[in-house]
Each structure stands twice: as structure tokens, then as C-alpha cells.
Unconditional design. Structure first.
Length: 252
């Protein structure tokens, strides 16, 4: 196991780490838990931790967590059972994620999408640089395995999960807790949007782009790793903005 994972820096740890900064906490909790499900860190049918434990892990009040669970239940992502053996359980289907993501995209402005893309451009570039400088041999093998998993995915759900995990694990390889948390937050907002059917992302093409970045990381070529990671991110955001504009035209 790599040094940073022994220190507790993992995708699961980042997903369930305390929220930072100001702003509406309920929405942030919804995005964080949606990310955990989208990434496959939490599987369909899995029971969530108790409200107290989950609130403590995320660093929010139980009231805030309950408000977030209400939103997730309304979206069909979580369902709650009462009585003995009850609790909150994951119940997200591919159809639910697609419909909620499409609705969210339609509500976002082009400027909001571009701002989100700018942030991911900055974070993924920094992640690629530090991964090239700090990653270990085991990290490289793990990233290649995720690229293979993406190429071999049989549907958009498995492709989305492999793609998102690749980006987060690359941040883990950079051995930066803050960058890993930032990447988790960005994946929470972006992954379900990027893998909407309308974008027509090809898992094989995306996997090839990931392998190119891994090659640069393995060669410790931080400039090349940054260039490839930023270019890939920019291309995806352009396609997402184009889809948003297409949806606007279709509703006129």
C-alpha cells in the first residue's frame, strides 16, 4: 500500500471528510453523498451510517444532514425504512441519475459551467504536476487499472464511476489532502453531467487520454502531465457547454 494511503488519504476518506468553507451546507452534503454513490464508493442498497455518525464525519449538524436526506429522498437517490432494521439506504438507478443530472444541467447557466470548468482546469493541472513528482510505483499501477476498467466498462454508470475514481485517485497520488478533497467536490458536481448520454463520451477514447497522462506521470514529466490533463478537461467542458446550449435551443 502506498505511503499516502497508509496515512489515510483515500477516495472514501475524502468523500466522507468534513466539509470546508462557507456557503449552504445542505447542498454541499447532497453533492458529497451523491458523489459517493456516483463513484461507487456507496453501492445501491447499502445502508448509510446513522445520522449522528454521518453528520460527525461530514462535520455538519444532524439537522443539516436530515435536510440533505430529504432532498436525496425527493430525488429518488435514498429511501428510508422505519422501525427495527430501518435507516437510510441507497436506491439510485441509472435512470434517476440521468434525469436529475439533466434537470440540473438545464438549470445551470453557461457562465456557471465555464466557472466550474475553470476550477477543474486549475485543480487537475496541479494534481497532474504533483502526481508526476510524488507518485509511487503502486500508484501508477492503480491508475492504469482504472484506465483499463474505464475502457472495459459496459455501460455509462460503470464508465462514470471508473472515470471519476481515476481523477480522485490521481489526486491521492499527488499526496495532497486539499487537492484530493477539491477533486472529490468537483467530481460531485461534474461526473454525472459529463457522462450524460448527450455528450457521447467514448470510454475507449477517454481511457486512452487517461493512459497518456499516466505515461507522463510515470516518466516524471510534470509539464507534459499538466498539459495533457488540462487539455482533456478543457475539451470535456467545451462539449458540456455545447450540450447546454443545444438543450436551450431545443426548448425555444
Amino acid at each position: 500500500m502506498s505511503q499516502q494511503k497508509r496515512a489515510g488519504l483515500t477516495a472514501l476518506g475524502a468523500v466522507l471528510s468534513p466539509l470546508e468553507g462557507g456557503g449552504p451546507k445542505t447542498e454541499a452534503v447532497v453533492q458529497r453523498l451523491s458523489a459517493a454513490i456516483s463513484l461507487g464508493v456507496m453501492a445501491d442498497g447499502q445502508q448509510l451510517p446513522s445520522e449522528t455518525d454521518l453528520a460527525n464525519q461530514l462535520g455538519v449538524s444532524t439537522m443539516t444532514l436530515r435536510e440533505a436526506l430529504v432532498v436525496l429522498r425527493q430525488q429518488g437517490i435514498v429511501h428510508t425504512k422505519r422501525g427495527r432494521g430501518g435507516g437510510s439506504f441507497i436506491s439510485a438507478s441509472a435512470e434517476v441519475f440521468e434525469s436529475t443530472s439533466l434537470a440540473r444541467l438545464q438549470k445551470m447557466s453557461v457562465q456557471e459551467l465555464r466557472d466550474l470548468g475553470d476550477e477543474h482546469f486549475a485543480v487537475t493541472g496541479a494534481v497532474a504536476v504533483f502526481a508526476a513528482r510524488r507518485s509511487l510505483r503502486a500508484d501508477i499501477s492503480g491508475l492504469r487499472a482504472l484506465a483499463d476498467r474505464l475502457e472495459d466498462s459496459c455501460d455509462l454508470v460503470s464508465a462514470r464511476q471508473a472515470d471519476s475514481r481515476f481523477h480522485i485517485e490521481m489526486a491521492v497520488c499527488a499526496q495532497s489532502t486539499r487537492l484530493t478533497r477539491a477533486e472529490v467536490g468537483l467530481q460531485a458536481e461534474l461526473s454525472a453531467l459529463l457522462w450524460l448520454p448527450g455528450l457521447k463520451l467514448d470510454p475507449t477514447v477517454e481511457a486512452t487520454a487517461h493512459r497518456d497522462v499516466v505515461d507522463a506521470i510515470e516518466q516524471e514529466d510534470d509539464a507534459r502531465a499538466r498539459e495533457l490533463a488540462e487539455s482533456h478537461t478543457e475539451s470535456r467542458i467545451r462539449r458540456l457547454v455545447a450540450l447546454r446550449l443545444e438543450l436551450s435551443e431545443g426548448h425555444r
